[in-house]
Structures are given as C-alpha cells and as structure tokens.
Design a binder for this molecule. Structure first.
Ligand code: SF4
Ligand code: SF4
Length: 393
C-alpha cells in the first residue's frame, strides 16, 4: 500500500528556513502569536519550547535525515508559524512534517521545559487533516474502526476471546481492540487466561486512539468514553498505545496495560521457558523487548514487561528497545517506505542479539516486527508478551 501523503512529500531540501522562525536558544517564548493567533493550538503548550534542542538526538526522523524541520524543535517552529499565520495550512512542508512525525513522543521524555508534544501533534493534525484534507487512507481507517458490526464479524471469523453474560464493574475486562481481535486473537485469549476473573465482553468498540492520532481527536475522545461505558470498572489492555489513549480520557485508575496489571497483582509463572541449544543441551529461552512508545513515553510503563520476561526467560536488552519500530499506529500503512527505514536498523540489532524472540506489547509493533523478520527469513520470532507468559503459566 502506498501512502498518498508519503508520495506527496517535498522532493528534497528544506522548503522552509527554520532560522526565520527560531527562538533564541534558552529564551522562553513569550508568545508572539498574540492577536493573530488562529486558535489551532493551545498556545500555552506551544510556548513552552525553549528551542534548546535536547530532543533532537532521540527523534527517529531526525536520526534518518539530520534535517532540522524533521526534528521536534523544527516541527514546533512550524506549528508556531501555522498558529501565527506565517504559514498557510497547505504549505508543503507543513503537510509533509505533520505526517512524517511518528508521534512516538520520545521527545517529551528528554525535554527540560515539559513540552507536551503528543497533544500538540493531535491539535496539528486535527487542523492539517480536517475534513477532506488528510490522507485518504487515514479517513478510511477511521471509518472502518467505527463499524462495530464489522469489528465483531472480523473477530468472530478469527475466534476472538469473547465472553457472554452480564458485564459487572467488579470484574476486570479485557479490551479486545480493533485490529487485535482480527489479527492476533490468540493475544486476547491468552490475556483472559492470565487475568483471574477477567471477562471479555463481545459488545465493545474501538477505543478511538486511531482517530486521535489521525486528525479527529474529538472522535477519539468520544470513542474512549463510550468504551468506558461498555466496560465499567477496570479495563485491561494488551495494547500500549490504546492504554495511553484510554487512560488519558477515562483516568489512569480505570485502565491497566497487562504487564502493569500482572506485576501489580503478583503474577508468578509455573516455571521458566527452556529450549534446546546448538549443542543439544537444554538452555533458557532468550528474549528481548521492543517497547511500545506510548506505553513507555506516555504512561511511563517500561520496567514491568521486562520484569515479567526476566521471570520466565533469559532477558537481553536491545540498545534501541525504547526507540520507535516504525509501526506508530497507522504510520506503517500511511508511510510504508519511511516506516521500513525506521525499522531496518532495529532489525539488524535484534538479529545480532542472539535471541529466540523479540517481544512486543502492542499489536501494531507486533505486526511490524513479524513482517520485517519474515521478509528477512530471520530465525528470530516476534511474539506478544502474553503469548510467552501463557506458555510459562
Ligand atoms: S527539548 Fe523541549 S524545549 Fe528543547 S527544543 Fe525540544 S521540545 Fe523544545
Ligand atoms: S513524536 Fe517522535 S518522531 Fe515526532 S518529533 Fe517527537 S521524537 Fe520525533
């Protein structure tokens, strides 16, 4: 699939001189949006950036191109230019950068000024991709995940983990997701088995994260609130991206990503996973983790999946585990070439680790890693965390 927005990217070279819009490094922006502010952004958020550049080394798109406008600081400069009217929304650089950004929020984790890049990117895309202006594929994906009957049918075909009976707020509810119930139904089946007393009500829709990240944050909020009504009480999810989105709208106390839930409730395996080594002798299974960006950078959950993996296998940390794999929600479909550019060095690294499995905590990352490793005919397999935990339970 070719992303129409990717195809429309500027051919080469900067079309915008960032220096023309830059703040003095170290100087707090007092906001020259003033009377000319267009009201696209929360200006208080926009003004927090002090242009220090600490975020550049952690940005995956800046790492690819070493181009200021494809860095967090450069994109915030573009947002300010859009807000103040110095750039029009159809400016090709604005269009390119609004979709080229992965939305991984790695920039937030190192920012000394407390810039909340995630909400600003949502506001940017709400405007940049407003009715009829965004990538066609993003619009189609939003339309598709709103169709509850279609989600239910796709899940039924794949024997998704659904339970019957009344939905009580006393039980934890496993969230089935939109893509996961069709692509990886074994993941939610394993989650239901791992969480004592859990149910998985069939009548639940998509959480709306895809909307929020693709130009319709109001729709994303409404879908999260409806999910909260479908699943009263605690919601347990196997998707790091969905966990961050739902927690933002329903509150952190309503939502638990599964590794967080299992470590808090004291899950213990029956034993460790073993395999046969090259010498024919038994050895522990060797695993490595690929973080979910929104789980790590949005919710601050990163130690929990590692802790669980160390209980069942020999854990090997990959140097770039915390950096985006290029899946980034719908990014791998909207910008397939850039998604593969981000993924390639990570796969090289994973193959050099000598592990049996690379473990994902998000269905998008799982699909991305599976496809990448399959294309290389790699001996390393990609699995979801719960698929390994259930084997050790
Ligand atoms: S680290 Fe924060 S304040 Fe510094 S340039 Fe990046 S976003 Fe702006
Ligand atoms: S969200 Fe990720 S890709 Fe986008 S600017 Fe921040 S670090 Fe770079």
């Amino acid at each position: 699939m070719t992303g129409d927005d990717e195809a429309a990217a500027p051919a080469s070279g900067p079309l915008l001189d960032p220096a023309a819009f830059a703040r003095v490094p170290g100087q707090v922006d007092t906001g020259d949006h003033g009377a000319h502010a267009r009201g696209i952004f929360d200006v208080e958020l926009l003004d927090r950036c002090i242009s220090c550049g600490f975020c550049l080394p952690v940005c995956p798109t800046y790492a690819l191109d070493k181009d200021e406008q494809s860095s967090p600081r450069g994109r915030i400069t573009l947002m300010r230019a859009l807000e103040s009217g110095r750039l029009e929304p159809d400016d090709p650089v604005l269009q390119h950068e609004a979709s080229y950004c992965l939305g991984c929020r790695a920039c937030e984790t190192v920012c000394p000024a407390g810039v909340e890049y995630g909400p600003m990117l949502e506001q940017w895309r709400d405007h940049q991709w407003r009715a009829g202006h965004g990538p066609r594929l993003a619009r189609w994906l939003r339309w598709a995940v709103e169709r509850r009957a279609m989600l239910r049918l796709s899940g039924l075909v794949r024997r998704f983990a659904r339970t019957r009976g009344p939905v009580s707020d006393a039980s934890p509810h496993v969230m089935l997701g939109c893509a996961e119930r069709a692509l990886f139904p074994s993941v939610s089946r394993a989650a239901v088995s791992l969480v004592p007393g859990a149910d998985a009500p069939a009548e639940q829709g998509c959480c709306g994260a895809l909307h929020a990240h693709n130009g319709d944050s109001a729709g994303g909020r409404a879908m999260a609130e409806r999910l909260g009504q479908d699943l009263p009480g605690t919601i347990v999810t196997t998707s790091g991206g969905c966990a961050a989105h739902v927690a933002e709208h329903l509150g952190r106390d309503r939502v638990a990503e599964i590794s967080d839930y299992l470590t808090r409730t004291g899950w213990a395996p029956a034993g460790r996973l073993m395999t046969t080594g090259a010498d024919g002798k038994p050895r522990p299974v060797r695993v490595s983790l690929q973080d979910s960006c929104h789980l790590r950078n949005g919710l601050g959950v990163s130690g929990q999946p590692r802790e669980l993996l160390e209980r069942i296998a020999e854990y090997v940390e990959a140097p770039s585990a915390a950096s985006c794999c290029g899946a980034a929600g719908s990014y791998s479909m909207l910008r397939p070439r850039d998604s593969k550019r981000v993924l390639a060095p990570k796969l090289d690294e994973i193959e050099q680790l000598g592990v049996d499995y690379v473990v994902a905590v998000n269905p998008g990352c799982l699909l991305q890693l599976k496809q990448g490793l399959l294309a290389r005919r790699s001996r390393v397999k990609a699995v979801h965390l719960v698929e390994l935990l259930i084997r050790a339970a």
